[in-house]
Structures are given as structure tokens and as C-alpha cells.
Design a protein around this ligand. Sequence first.
Ligand code: SF4
Length: 399
Amino acid sequence: MAAPAWLAGQIDVAEFAHRYGPRVNGWTMPESQTKRDRLALVFAQDGYALCQAAWSPAAPAWIRGIEAVAVLRQVLVQTYYRRTDTRGREVIIKRDADSEGVPPGRCRLASPYDTDARWAAKGEDLFWCGYKIHLTESCDTPPEAEAEAEAEAERHGRRMPNLITDVATTDATVPDVKATTGIQQRLAEHGIAPGEHYLDSGYPSADLVTAAAAEGITMVTPLLADHSRQAKAADGFDKSAFRIDWTTRQVCCPQGHRSTGWHPVKQHGRDAIVTEFAKADCRACPARTRCTAAARGNRMLTLRPKEIHERVAAARKEQDTEAWRAKYALRAGIEGTVNQALDITGIRRARYRGLAKVSLQHAFSATAINIIRLDAHWTGTPARPRASRLERLAYRLTA
Ligand code: SF4
């Protein structure tokens, strides 16, 4: 405890010991919602009382510098607010996400024990509190001439194993796409930038694919399909139905009309070009319902700069082919590595608190997997999955 003497003068120690003495994992919450709400209010009153004492002029300034005090204050701000009711009394309200609003997930404390951990969700039924790990491993695709030799080596167990080349750890709310640049930069710094970088659909964006290509990295990854209303309608005029003349800065629509406006803009911090067609052309157009539902009456088309636009168009076309799908199947190998990390190193459970230490845990786990793979390769012993507790018990009984 950081300031026992000061604390004893501020609170009813016996009462606080009764309420907060047992370890939190030994708590039993009341079953009824009313009682749980009342308890939440008591926690808030205790927290506010402590913070008021810590921020009173009589309290030493260093009390406010204690990390646990700062965390308590942050929890209170994020969870409750106070207002005065019609009779002039102070009322504590627990924030509701719909009515009072709560901070966005990336800022919201998920646990007072680990202030870096965050709640995140994937799909409709996967929720977790903590962190996210991004693993990168080698997956060489040898030139055709070497392929047969590689296959022969694999048949005899001499093929070099895939090794984990990068580990990135973020809090659980950070989208995968934010990790891509960092991964590629670190690989380049270590002199192992991939010629082809296989990634799932969470990691690419049109800008990232273009920037990686400029660094000599081809991202083999499914780019999101065109989500415009017209593309979804399947028979509507999506972007691919328009011919773009980048030199004259004009777009020609499927009905043969030329755009009348070309406006370079910034959208969400990215360069874009908004083009528009003449109202007179669109209003009189027989194919209008397939093209636009705009209240203004004319079709607008948003484009990315030429290099990005053409790269995305080519990538979408290519990823629609069997050859690309067969090639992309190589990415599935990383799932085996993730399973190995889960099975052998128990990576799903953070053993430490804080992003820095959890990152270190993940780096150790990746190193362990590399060592296991190299050991299996050099000694000719295939890596075995970790023995289950029942298998270990059976071994002990027979040994
Ligand atoms: S609505 Fe306008 S842009 Fe679309 S096809 Fe008709 S004339 Fe061309």
C-alpha cells in the first residue's frame, strides 16, 4: 500500500476491508440486478470519496501521482457521472452506452489491473479482453527449377522449416490493417522483406498495397470488393463500367456521356477525385435507375489517384481467377503456426500485465516455436504436439 497512514485518515478502514478485502476473484456478486446496481453505486461513492480526499488541498500532492489513484479516477470518469437533481441533491449515475455514452473501446479501461488491456469483438460471438498478436513467418515459394529439389527435400524431411520472422502485439482494439506497415518496415530493417507478402483480408488497403509495391513487396491478399450500391446491385453501373481518361481528366459513362467535373479532394485524409456528370444528361438518361439514386439528379463518381485506382482494379480482377486462389492457399499455413503457438506456448493467455510485457511474452513464444522447428529439422525428430494432461498422467503411471 502506497500511503497507509494517509488512507486511514480518509476512510472507514473496517468497512473498506469488509468490502474490498477479499481478492476480486473470490467475490460473489449478488444475483439480482437491483442489488448489483446498488453495489455499483456503493463502489462509485467510495471511489468519489477517495478521489475527493486525494484532490483536496490538504492532501499531499504526491498522493495524486500514485498510479492506482489515477486509475481509480479514470475508472470513475469512464463509468459514472454526477449531476444535481431537482431537489439539489447530488446523484451518481452509471453511464449507459446508449443514453449517456461511454468512451470508445480503444480508450476505455477494461481492467484496473492492466490499463493497456482492451475489450474487442470479432463477428457476433467472439469477445475477448486483452491483446492481439500478428505473426509473420517465412513461406518460400522456390523458382520452378528448384521446386523439384525442394519437394524431394521435403519428402526426406530435409526442407528448411518455416520460421517466424516478425511478432507484432497491439491492444485488442487495433484493426489488423494498422499493423501492416509496421510489419513490413521491421522485415525490411532486418533485411528479410518478402518479395510476396501473404495476408488475410484484414490487412490490406488500396494505399498499403500501392506503398508496399513501391518498396518491392507484392501483397498477395484479397482486396475488399467494391461495396458501392451499384456493385452490390450486380447489374448496376459500378466503377468498372466507366472509362477513365487520366490525361484529359474526364470519365466516360456507359451511355457515352462525358463527365463535366473533376475535383481533387481529401476524403478521410486520403487523396481522392470526385467526378460528376451533367444533370441534364443524367435526368434524361434511360439507364438512370441502374446508375444513380442521387437526390441531386446526377451521377457522382469517386476515384482514387491513378496509380492506386489501376492497382486496385488489376488486383480485383486477378483475385477472381483460379490461379490466384491456388496461390493464395499458401497463406493458410500461418493458421498452423497460430495453432502451434496456442497449443505449445499457451499464447491465448497473457502471463503478464501491460503491452510491453505481453509483447515480450509473444516474442518469447515465437522464439520457442522457431527453436522447436529447427530442433525437429536438425535432429530429424518431427515436432510433436504437446502431450495432454491425461497423456502425461498415463506416462507417469507406466514409467
Ligand atoms: S445516369 Fe448519367 S452517368 Fe449514369 S449512365 Fe446515365 S448519363 Fe451516364
